[in-house]
Design a protein around this ligand. Structure first.
Ligand code: PEP
Length: 254
């Protein structure tokens, strides 16, 4: 059975280490009882290592919210490499989140970061998504170009380790998620572009997550009707009771 990948993007939350450890502990404990869900939490950099815990689990992983384009070390003040993240137990790295793109991260940088993450032996969760939609559907061309350019530097041998997160920017931090039927349509479009780049076999196997105002109430239908391989969750992922509820609800989706 293909497990659903549920990724919590904590963004710049919470403020204290104590709170971060408590949230991580609750989520890890809940994830251990699930059957069809793999959970990833992505705390801010300083909290990553304290949120890791002893004992490998195939159902619970730690991720980071970004990484440098430089793969291991060097004179790059303020940067954190994927190799360092791997060293402290990180398995996934979010790359190209719209909040980073809004602060100047180009498709070209996204692609280089994703390549560095893959070369370090980790899986990038590459975020893509249109900022707005129009009746004529021109946003599809923009989305296609964004996906192609964000994957431009990645050698085909890494195709199976890439995760794409489809996050329509207008649905992030919003009141409501995108409609389930539209999520289905868009995730198929993302898979089609992925298969144009890496071939049909890679396209069939590609993992596409949905992100944008997911909570414990709408998550099961997004998985069941939107037919995505998992979710990238922002606000609800630092609300431990809500996120635990979400994990359990998604676990029950057949
Ligand atoms: C996100 O930041 O990736 C996100 C999906 O946020 P939210 O769930 O809060 O909309």
């Amino acid at each position: 059975m293909n497990k659903k990948l549920i990724v919590g993007n904590w963004k710049m939350n919470p403020v204290t280490l104590d709170e971060a450890k408590k949230i991580a502990r609750k989520i890890k404990r809940a994830s251990a009882g699930l059957v069809s869900v793999e959970t990833v939490i992505c705390p801010p950099f300083p909290f990553i290592y304290p949120c890791t815990s002893k004992g490998e689990s195939a159902l619970f992983h730690i991720g980071a919210q970004s990484a440098s384009v430089e793969i291991d070390r060097g004179p790059f003040t303020g940067e954190v490499s994927a190799t360092m993240l791997k060293e402290i137990g990180v398995s996934y790295v979010i790359v190209g989140h719209s909040e980073q793109r809004a602060r100047g991260e180009s498709d070209s940088i996204v692609s280089k970061k994703a390549k560095a993450v893959l070369e370090a032996g980790l899986s990038p969760i590459i975020c893509v998504g249109e900022t707005s939609r129009d009746e004529a559907g021109t946003y599809l061309e923009t989305l296609k170009n964004q996906i192609k350019q964000s994957l431009a530097d990645i050698p085909p041998k890494f195709a199976s380790n890439i995760i794409l997160a489809y996050e329509p920017v207008w649905a992030i931090g919003a009141q409501e998620a995108m409609k389930n039927e539209d999520i289905y349509e868009s995730s198929l479009f993302v898979k089609k572009i992925f298969s144009d780049i890496f071939g049909p076999e890679a396209g069939v196997k590609a993992k596409v997550l949905y992100g944008g105002s997911v909570n414990y109430r709408n998550a099961p239908d997004i998985i069941a009707i939107g037919k995505v391989d998992g979710l990238l969750v922002g606000r609800e992922s630092v609300n431990a009771p809500g996120f635990v509820e979400l994990l359990k609800a998604v676990d029950l989706v057949k």
